[in-house]
Design a binder for this molecule. Structure first.
Ligand SMILES: Cc1cc2nc3c(=O)[nH]c(=O)nc-3n(C[C@H](O)[C@H](O)[C@H](O)COP(=O)(O)OP(=O)(O)OC[C@H]3O[C@@H](n4cnc5c(N)ncnc54)[C@H](O)[C@@H]3O)c2cc1C
Length: 363
């Protein structure tokens, strides 16, 4: 029996894949609500590797493909534009992916325990009953309790920024374009989720002047920060805010408990890689277990394969956050130079495209 704690996007996808490999799987989720795509302002940009893997295990959420990615920096003259006439990836509302993954898990025979959890105390327990397990996976997110109970530590670093999400109505002419502008106070992303709707994710220094309370005003400020290149935005609901942390465990498994997704690593969302890393973890864990069985050798192989791609991505996001956020002219100029170099160098463009499409994250 494989026990997975946390039916988020990563845990529910992993449960589906494990069940499809013939394992008995029990999935514990502390929430009691059923996710619904409609209400969620949170959205993820899935890269091609994630999309291919989800498709291969039969998870097919409603996604919104994009063909163009547009990046520029405040005060820099260069833009970076990636284009692929077929598709560069797709945006998915987090609840929609989580809901589709849970439905696929149920269809694959996963036993789903809503409103319940599993704890480690010199062994695994559900309520006051000890349980046996061939493997226990902590997919319970950034504040993983199971990680702490088993004695694996992650010291989250405050990025000094928070993120504001806002769903907006937008010009359908830009439905296949995602965009990001690096402002001095932090990056602002434009992520279309339907023909005429997008989610704005605005990461901002805590020291900067706070965004206004009015969602309508935030939408106007965002359109202006994008220099009106993507038309007008009209707010479709209240804005929500979360604090941003980053961190990474140094050890991925202990006493038969293994970490995946945000339980193992959190990164700044500026390149939208968080859930992609988590799905790549799930993919690597399934492959290691199908080759070696659910014991320590498979967990070692999984940890070896995933540590460096996850750490390199985390460090890359930190470097970008600092380079583009600098108030000093030389660093801002360097950011412009980086963008220009990316625009002109085929090698760098190919490398960055492989990061964007997920091939770099496969370990
Ligand atoms: C502002 C922001 C924007 C982001 N944008 C992007 C993006 O564009 N693209 C991208 O790829 N990533 C993005 N991310 C990151 C992405 O959201 C996370 O990487 C992703 O949600 C991690 O998924 P997960 O399944 O590992 O964890 P979670 O989504 O946190 O899921 C954990 C699950 O475990 C459950 N749980 C928790 N504790 C327990 C317990 N004790 N027992 C049982 N169940 C439990 C929770 O209820 C939840 O269902 C963003 C993150 C932030 C903060």
């Amino acid at each position: 029996m494989i026990r997975i704690v946390g039916a988020g996007m990563v845990g529910a996808s992993l449960a589906t894949a494990m069940a499809k490999q013939g394992h008995s799987v029990c999935l514990y989720e502390k929430s009691t609500w059923a996710p619904s795509g409609e209400s969620d302002a949170r959205v993820s940009a899935l890269n091609q590797n994630s999309l291919d893997w989800l498709e291969s295990i039969g998870i097919r959420p409603a996604v919104h493909p994009f063909k163009r990615m547009h990046v520029f920096a405040e005060r820099a003259s260069s833009d970076l534009v990636w284009e692929d006439p077929h598709s560069m990836g797709a945006l998915v509302v987090n609840n929609a992916l989580q809901g589709a993954a849970i439905e696929s898990a149920k269809a694959a025979g996963v036993q789903l325990e809503y409103g319940r959890s599993l704890r480690w105390d010199d062994g695994l327990w559900v309520d006051d009953v000890p349980v046996q397990s061939d493997l226990c996976v902590a997919a319970d997110g950034a504040r993983s309790q199971l990680r702490a109970q088993v004695g694996l530590t992650l010291q989250p670093r405050d990025t000094g920024q928070n993120a504001t999400f806002l769903r907006v109505h937008m010009d359908p002419n830009f439905a296949d374009t995602t965009a990001q502008v690096f402002l001095q106070t932090g990056p602002l992303a434009f992520l279309p989720v339907a023909e005429d709707q997008a989610v704005l994710v605005w990461s901002r220094d805590l020291q900067a002047e706070p965004l206004p309370d009015s969602a309508e005003r935030i939408a106007e400020l965002a359109a202006s920060a994008f220099e009106h290149r993507f038309g007008r935005f009209t707010a479709l609901g209240p804005a929500t805010q979360v604090a941003l942390y980053d961190g990474h465990v140094s050890q991925y498994h202990k006493d038969g408990v293994v970490l995946v997704g945000d339980a193992a690593h959190q990164i700044h969302p500026l390149a939208g890689q968080g859930v992609n890393l988590g799905l790549a973890d799930a993919q690597a864990l399934v492959a290691a277990i199908s080759k070696r069985g659910p014991g320590v050798p498979a967990l070692r192989q999984y940890a070896r394969e995933r540590y460096w791609p996850n750490e390199a991505t985390r460090q890359g996001m930190r470097a970008l956050q600092h380079a583009f956020g600098s108030p000093f002219v030389p660093l801002a100029a360097l950011s412009a130079l980086v963008l220009r170099t990316f625009s002109y160098s085929n090698t760098l463009r190919r490398a960055s495209h492989s990061i964007a499409s997920g091939r770099y994250n496969q370990g």
